[in-house]
Design a protein. Sequence first.
Length: 392
Amino acid sequence: MESFYRTHAYLVEHTNAPVRRDLMDEIDWSDRLIGIKGTRGVGKTTFLLQYAKEKFGTDRSCLFINMNNFYFSGHGLVEFAEEFQRRGGRVLLIDQVFKHPDWSHELRLCYDRFPQLKIVFTGSSVMRLKEENPELCDVVKSYNLRGFSFREFLNLQTGMKFHAYTLDEILEKHEQIARGIMAKVRPLDYFQDYLHHGFYPFFLEKRNFSENLLKTMNMMVEVDILLIKQIELKYLSKIKKLFYLLAVDGPQAPNISQLASDIQTSRATVMNYIKYLADARLINMVYPDGEEFPKKPGVIMMHNPNLMYSIYPIKVEELDILNTFFVNTCWKDHRVNQGNKNYSFLVDGKMPFKICAEGMRIKTNPSVTYAVHRAEIGRGNQIPLWLFGFLY
């Protein structure tokens, strides 16, 4: 146990989160079992350690453990939690809980047996905490940690402390909001960098970002999808090929029959793989209003623009990048559906938006909101695209 305390102390001491994530204040920390999901690379481990540093410092009543530790190959979570509580432990932070066999059953046992112990754990976005783990559905509170928003990226790069706005606030007061931001910084000076490499916090590391992202994407498929969904290793190449084919096609309606032929599997399997890729936050499935999985999506696009630049940097179309940015930034709190010939997307079933690349001629329709690239300050129903990066 002492080695775990020493590791915890070292990690907390050397944790210095560059941006304090808003999720820290959104979580109800009084709950006894809290799950924090998120795609690989968005900073879940750092988030746990930052929580420990903020709330407990060097207090031994809080302990961070990682399920990668070989100790847990021979010991159970319940056994460990019991020993930790006996030593005065009150808050157990468990990273990568899905690496532990039978993790959901053991978490439930801990919840039932140790009412004085709080457990906060991280897991992959692929995990369906409540749907696939009925033991936990009535006791766990689940949250999602996303990659950096453009606002968080801008705060990091400039040292500012801009706060987030709701979609209604942006629609109603965008000119006033944009002027306030523009008085302190010019967001467009940073927007292209964000689209290229700003979503994943590891762009701060002194390593090649694209290579690091490609490695992370492979881990999402090899570990998050195969391990959690219990898929045999022999099917890995099919899933990777499917992802590549979806990526290079750009945002469009998938031809499921052709994809099934390309990777030599059934249409049903292709649809399941597409769902897994969406759960891993590698792609987004955008449906016509009123439709959802298991129907075929109206459009499949990459989850965020950073992925597009890493997979096919030579073939990136500007409008595809902008559409991907808009869907990704709205996805946190809103439902985004496929548009029609008059607008790009329908948000929350009632708000049509058209994404406009630089130089695109805008035929003003009062019922449509235009998200305009390269605009610094908008007017009326034309809003700078970058401002939607302040939604979280």
